[in-house]
Design a protein around this ligand. Structure first.
Ligand SMILES: [Zn+2]
Length: 163
């Protein structure tokens, strides 16, 4: 989905959304698909000539939030910091940290899920909430193939760690 930008805020953090109406199903025959900006929520349609999307069912488990505990580091426009990931899903994570972060900040993250493997790299995540006990972020862009690695990691977690 490279090169699709939000016409409202001009950032590239957009996600294709499912075709809700008959009109949209019809338009998709002509490679016009609906998108939603993950930053400002703007909804728009975009023509991607020759691109066909097929619906892929993902394991429901990958969207469950898992309670977890591992170190992470992050960096953003106003500095870097480190923290502990306390909750994780395919869509994002929560971490505790003493560093200063504010809502809407875009962070690069490195998640040290296990001491045996290289950390998972998240290219861009947006801060969605800042609470005294933790910071919640939504993952927008992953480094190449890192999302698949996270999926494998989540699938491999012992079942009793699921909420
Ligand atoms: Zn936008």
């Amino acid at each position: 989905m490279a090169n699709v930008k939000c016409p409202n805020c001009a950032r590239e953090f957009v996600r294709r959304v499912s075709r809700a109406s008959l009109v949209e199903k019809f338009l998709s025959l002509f490679y016009v698909y609906p998108f939603k900006c993950q930053l400002c929520g703007h909804y728009f349609r975009f023509l991607q000539w020759g691109v066909r999307y097929i619906r892929v069912e993902e394991d429901r488990r990958t969207y469950d939030r898992l309670e977890i505990n591992f170190p992470m580091t992050f960096s953003g426009d106003s500095g870097a910091g480190e923290g502990t990931v306390v909750e994780l899903s395919m869509g994002g994570c929560s971490f505790s940290s003493s560093a200063d972060v504010v809502n809407g900040m875009i962070l690069k993250m490195s998640l040290q899920v296990s001491s045996d493997v290289a950390p998972l790299k998240v290219k861009a995540a947006v801060v969605r909430h800042v609470r005294p006990e933790n910071v919640g972020v939504e993952c927008l862009q992953w480094e190449r193939s890192e999302r698949e690695r996270l999926q494998e990691f989540i699938r491999g977690l012992p079942i009793e760690r699921q909420k």
